[in-house]
Design a protein around this ligand. Structure first.
Ligand SMILES: Cc1cc2nc3c(=O)[nH]c(=O)nc-3n(C[C@H](O)[C@H](O)[C@H](O)COP(=O)(O)O)c2cc1C
Length: 274
């Protein structure tokens, strides 16, 4: 009764079993069944076999969690070796366990491991950034940009201009700084109709990142590709994204060709308590 996020279970009489009220609001999170000490709850959203006991002894300790987080680094140097699709499946299963707003579980993925398709994603991303850099140098476009998005956003884009030039130039010279030669990418997409689609996708891909790390793989978030997908329909179209779904995040995956031996402190958390 207390754990249901939608207040669906009611128990006016403490001696009587709980009853379901306004069931239509149920988000099928399963908290009711997960928490019941007697395993007495049945829920039509969870067919036979879909509720399993937790193995508490396998849950990592705080020391193990912090060490795993210290060990996680963006990996950008990959062995020339494909990622087994069975491992990608394990990674996607970890992604599917991520929280999502209203438990909508709307994030879906396109997994790409075909070298020609990966090269196409890189090419389209490079084309997008070459065009963006050209536009940011055009006074008329700059003025329009400022009118549409405001000065701070324009300044931010101009600040990135040297970076855009650098990655485009590298691409021309045969060096891929967009995918960095990753043999596999996961592109997360979701419709506009759900709340917080980017947050959902990013959480899912962070789960994926941690699982990849545990499986001896690595990767990095594909910021350039995500940015290109946001403003240029060609990559989502090439990936065959269903209508009304948009790219929300993307992750490169591969076998590490380097090993991180040390961890470094980050900027201490800045917090103001109220
Ligand atoms: C939203 C987002 C986008 C990113 N995009 C890229 C990218 O396009 N290319 C890249 O090499 N790294 C990218 N990164 C990785 C960051 O550069 C990296 O997380 C940061 O430098 C800290 O390093 P670490 O991940 O190894 O701890 C991205 C990270 C985030 C969170």
């Amino acid at each position: 009764v207390t754990t249901c996020p939608e207040n669906i279970l009611v128990q006016p009489d403490a001696e009587a079993p709980p009853e379901a009220d306004h069931e239509a609001l149920c988000v099928t999170c399963g908290h009711c069944a997960a928490v019941c000490p007697e395993g007495a709850l049945q829920h039509q959203g969870f067919p036979e076999g879909s509720i399993q006991p937790l193995q508490a002894e396998l849950v990592p300790t705080s020391e193990q969690v912090i060490e795993m987080l210290r060990a996680r680094r963006s990996l950008r140097v990959f062995k020339d070796k494909p990622v087994d699709r069975a491992l990608v499946q394990q990674i996607l299963e970890a992604a599917a366990l991520a929280p999502s707003a209203h438990n909508m579980q709307s994030t879906e993925f396109v997994a790409v491991d075909d070298p020609a398709a990966l090269a196409k994603v890189t090419d389209l991303t490079a084309q997008y950034f070459a065009k963006t850099a050209r536009q940011l140098r055009n006074p008329a476009v700059k003025a329009l940009f400022r009118l549409a998005y405001g000065r701070p956003l324009l300044d931010g884009a101009l600040h990135m201009l040297a970076d855009f030039d650098m990655v485009v130039e590298a691409h021309k010279n045969g060096r891929d700084l967009f995918l960095r030669g990753a043999p596999c990418i996961l592109v997360a997409h979701a419709p506009d109709s759900v709340p917080y689609p980017e947050a959902n996708a990013t959480l899912a891909l962070h789960n994926a990142t941690l699982m990849a790390q545990a499986l001896g793989l690595g990767g990095f978030l594909l910021g350039y590709v995500i940015g290109a997908c946001e403003r240029d329909a060609r990559i989502p179209r090439f990936l065959g994204l269903p209508k009304r779904r948009r790219v929300r995040s993307a992750l490169a995956l591969g076998h590490p060709a380097v090993t991180f031996q040390r961890w470094m402190r980050r900027r201490p958390p800045q917090v103001r308590w109220l």
